[in-house]
Ligand binder design. Structure first.
Ligand SMILES: [Zn+2]
Length: 758
């Protein structure tokens, strides 16, 4: 149990919405659609639909939507003089009474302007995709049948499909019959008996090749059909093989699969979670991560979206964020938790770096404007929030609450507020603060964690926010404390200083070691005992080189997508939007070399576009980039001597001997950079200073160990470097006139002084 507030008020709420709402959905409730479409001649095609409805309130007329033309219309057996769907008269029908609208129609294969959603007639297949990214409303049942096209009016369906000669149909629902007609066309009948919204209903025809499978799971064994045209059967079989572990995992986490059978067809265009008959972009038939993730995502909609549907498009994160989260759960089922944590962290890194650029700003998940219904915020930030909710509640509590939700709201709709209240009720944890910050506000929270060792060790947490003015309340931050003897302990801490009750000597701490929570940081771990050489932490944007193995050591790098805290020295023009927190117990003697990535501007050619957007701009030169370090949050920042690898647009700042503590980048006016007072026990004197032309420079420093001298000019270029210098040494520099920074370093010291050459 986490230290979160317990809900002590009994809430009695209608938590799921079954009644239709919105401008077209409040007058009638559709009960059933009986649809015939003749696809045998391609497009245009003719259709016939009987729509059975209940009148919900008195009104003069109601409407149906169709991307086609009604040729003839009957209401309760009475033919209308003119066949319109926009004003179907309901006079004489009592409230609560059911009635039929019978429509004979034809359609020309409507596809939305962006070319995605709609009814496609390709040369080798016909199929619908039930939502349109550009369409308004996004739901697109109307592309092949007359309907009340919204997220909330759920109904049952009979689909009767006539397919082209030599082709055969694959549709949503359970197959009732399939016959070959005398003219070699095929007629098939399908039934969706579950309450389903219009956008999840599908028809298709092609010379489908099929693989039939069955998937044993917790609640049942589900028949499965994979329809395809393009690849060989081995590839198709392999691509779907992991469903044997994914489906039982989904049932363990989300409850029973309620749709009777599992089906996929490989389409030419895109992936869409149609009930029983998922449209899968053909490239996704693959063992590659992207393919496996799409296969899982679309199946995950069988719970997130298909079973419990967002009430309006403004809450699409419930569907799409939820389904995206299921692809992480599927990865866990197949490859284990380490792989799924890595997958999650790669996505978090991308979200922190780039989602606010893609979606033109940091956006709350709810309410989402129409243009961003299917944007990165909804899919990926939505995924992060479902993931965080699991971490916040604890897995057992989270999954059992989710199963209860899926059960109590099955075939219904929900919005963000009722989702919050349902989960609060089922878990006993008040989720108001969590939803206020993570769902109803934009941006992220960053936690800066310092361990204060000593006789009374403590953890200090400071929080800052990115992309929002909201303040997170009641956060409990997971921190793992490592002892000098290898003991570890995890605790949840609030902002401020908390004394630790531990019986061992503390060494260091790590923020969110178990990847529970989507704050503004990702965590990378290297094993320094394994391997001497160069190791990369791509998600943390750094590399580490070791010359030798280091005894029982791990290297923890937190990469924070938030500006470093604390005062920067005078002369720093602009600090980066991010900092590194390096944790562990290695020392100078281990000589770890650190590489810190930089990427200029939007850098769309980079693998990491927008990493330093707004900080390392086109106007800044690579020479003006400085690397800064401080040991902890109460230390002051100082410049680290560094070299650069890569070009001006993308590369690495390289530091010779990195230490535990914080690193960040800054654009620096080196001429005006103020230098820290040197460490008192190693007081350094450079004389004469200013240095006249032709004069040697003498260095006096309180260490008898040899040291390295590096001299950097005001553009950040290293102009002079020598190893193995010693106390009292006279250096013949021959520098051009100007101001320089002299860094004196060995395993004991790292000191910087300003030098003026006359
Ligand atoms: Zn989806």
């Amino acid at each position: 149990m986490k230290g979160v507030k317990i809900l002590c008020v009994v809430i009695l709420l209608v938590l799921c919405g079954y009644s239709a709402q919105g401008q077209v959905a409040d007058s009638v409730d559709v009960l059933d659609y009986d649809i015939f479409v003749d696809l045998s001649a391609g497009k245009p095609f003719v259709g016939e639909a009987v729509v059975t409805m209940n009148l919900m309130r008195p009104c003069a007329n109601i409407s149906l939507q169709l991307a086609g033309t009604a040729d003839s219309v009957e209401v309760n057996g009475t033919r209308l003089a003119s066949p319109t769907l926009s004003a179907l008269p309901t006079s004489g029908i009592a409230v609560g009474q059911s009635f039929d609208v019978h429509v004979w129609y034809h359609c020309n294969g409507y596809v939305e302007s962006g070319g995605w959603g709609g009814m496609h007639f390709d040369s080798d297949m016909s199929y619908n995709l039930g939502v349109g990214f550009d369409a308004d409303p996004h739901v697109m049942g109307r592309a092949f049948f007359p309907c009340r096209d919204n997220f909330t009016d759920k109904a049952t369906y009979t689909l009767r499909v006539k397919a082209k000669t030599g082709w055969t149909a694959e549709c949503g629902g359970m197959l009732q019959s399939r016959i070959l007609n005398a003219d070699s066309t095929e007629s098939s009948v399908w039934r969706i008996a579950q309450q389903t919204p219009t956008y999840l209903v599908s028809v298709s025809q092609a010379a489908w090749k099929r693989i039939y499978d069955s998937i044993p799971s917790l609640y049942d064994t589900y028949p499965a059909t994979y329809g395809y045209l393009h690849y060989n059967s081995t590839r198709v079989r392999q691509a779907f093989a992991e469903l044997d572990s994914v489906v039982p995992m989904f049932e363990r986490c989300f409850g029973p699969y309620r749709w009777g059978r599992i089906g996929y067809i490989a389409t030419n265009k895109g992936s869409m979670e149609h009930v029983n008959n998922i449209g899968l972009a053909k490239q996704a038939i693959s063992l590659a991560e992207a393919g496996q993730s799409t296969i899982a995502h679309e199946l995950g909609h069988a719970w997130f979206g298909n079973l419990v549907t967002c009430e309006t498009e403004e809450d699409m994160w419930i569907n799409e964020g939820g389904a995206s989260f299921t692809s992480e759960v599927a990865m866990e089922a197949v490859k284990g938790r380490e792989a799924s944590d890595d997958y999650y962290q790669r996505t978090l890194e991308e979200v922190l770096r780039t989602t606010h650029v893609t979606d033109a700003g940091y956006r709350p998940l709810s309410p989402m404007p129409h243009d961003y219904t299917y944007g990165s915020t909804v899919y990926k930030k939505g995924w992060m929030v479902w993931h965080s909710l699991r971490g916040y509640l604890g897995e057992e509590v989270f999954y059992s609450a989710l199963q209860r939700l899926m059960n109590s709201c099955a075939f219904g709709n929900i919005d963000s507020y009722r989702l919050r209240d349902s989960l609060s009720l089922y878990t006993g944890v008040d989720l108001t603060d969590f939803f206020d910050f993570h769902v109803f506000s934009p941006g992220f929270v960053d936690y800066h964690v310092d361990l204060i060792p000593g006789d009374h060790p403590a953890v200090n947490i400071r929080q800052q926010t990115v992309g929002t003015t909201a303040t997170p309340r009641g956060s409990m931050v997971p921190v793992t404390i490592f002892g000098t003897d290898g003991t570890t302990m995890k605790g949840y801490f609030q902002e401020g200083t908390s004394t630790l009750d531990v019986q061992y000597d503390v060494a260091f701490c790590v923020l969110d070691y178990n990847c529970e929570f989507s704050d503004a940081a990702t965590l990378g771990i290297l094993d320094l005992t394994d391997y001497a050489g160069l190791q990369t932490l791509p998600t943390e944007h750094m590399k580490v080189r070791m010359d030798h193995n280091i005894r029982s050591q791990k290297f923890y790098a937190e990469h924070h997508m938030a500006p470093a805290m604390g005062e920067m020295p005078e002369g720093v023009v602009r600090r980066a939007n991010r900092y590194w927190m390096l944790r562990g117990t290695w020392t100078e003697n281990d000589s770890l070399k650190g590489y810190f990535r930089f990427v200029r501007g939007a850098a769309s050619s980079s693998s990491y576009p927008n990493l330093d957007r707004g900080f390392y701009t086109k106007a800044a030169t690579a020479d003006s980039l400085g690397l800064f370090y401080r040991a902890n949050g109460s230390d002051s920042w100082h410049l680290v001597s560094r070299t650069r690898e890569g070009d001006a647009n993308e590369g690495w700042m390289v530091a010779q001997n990195i230490l535990p503590g914080e690193y960040t980048l800054a654009v620096v006016d080196f001429e005006n950079l103020s230098i820290d007072t040197p460490h008192p026990s190693f007081n350094t004197t450079l004389f004469p200073n200013p240095l006249s032309k032709g004069q040697p420079l003498t260095i006096e420093v309180g260490t008898e160990m040899p040291f390295t001298v590096t001299i950097v000019d005001t553009d950040g270029r290293t102009v002079w470097h020598r190893d193995g210098c010693h106390n009292g040494q006279k250096l013949d520099l021959q520098l051009p006139k100007g101001t320089y920074i002299v860094t004196i370093e060995n395993k004991q010291i790292s000191i910087q002084s300003k030098l003026i050459q006359l």
